[in-house]
Every structure is written in structure tokens, then in C-alpha cells.
Design a protein around this ligand. Structure first.
Ligand SMILES: [Zn+2]
Length: 68
């Protein structure tokens, strides 16, 4: 199963879409919301609260602060 290029969540079979750019790069998206956030709104997944990449970033920051 593919992961969403923006929110990094697993995409259920039969849902989502594959977006192919003019340069041939493939992007899997779970929803139009993720596609719009990446290309139209140009949001960064790490700074978008509802994405898994953000959760991971927060956890990393916590670990870093613990070790210091
Ligand atoms: Zn997504």
C-alpha cells in the first residue's frame, strides 16, 4: 500500500489518486485536500498540524529536548 505524499498516512486500496508531474515524478495522494495543500497552497507537511510528518517532527523535537 502506498503512503500519501503529503500527510504520510497509508492510502486504502481503491481510494486516493496518483499525481504525475510533467517531469515524471509520481505523487500518491489520499485526498484532494492533500494534493491542494502540496501544490496549490504549497504548504510544508512538517508544519501542517494534521499531517503525520508534523507529529513525527514534534516527537523528534521532544526527544532532542530530552537528550539535552
Ligand atoms: Zn494525505
Amino acid at each position: 500500500m502506498a503512503k500519501c505524499a503529503f500527510c504520510r498516512k497509508l492510502i486504502e486500496q481503491g481510494t486516493g489518486m496518483i499525481f504525475v508531474k510533467n517531469d515524471g515524478r509520481q505523487f500518491n495522494f489520499c485526498s484532494s485536500k492533500c494534493r491542494k495543500n502540496l501544490f496549490k497552497l504549497q504548504h510544508v507537511p512538517r508544519y501542517t498540524k494534521w499531517s503525520k510528518a508534523y507529529e513525527k517532527g514534534v516527537q523528534k523535537n521532544k526527544e532532542e529536548t530530552k537528550t539535552q
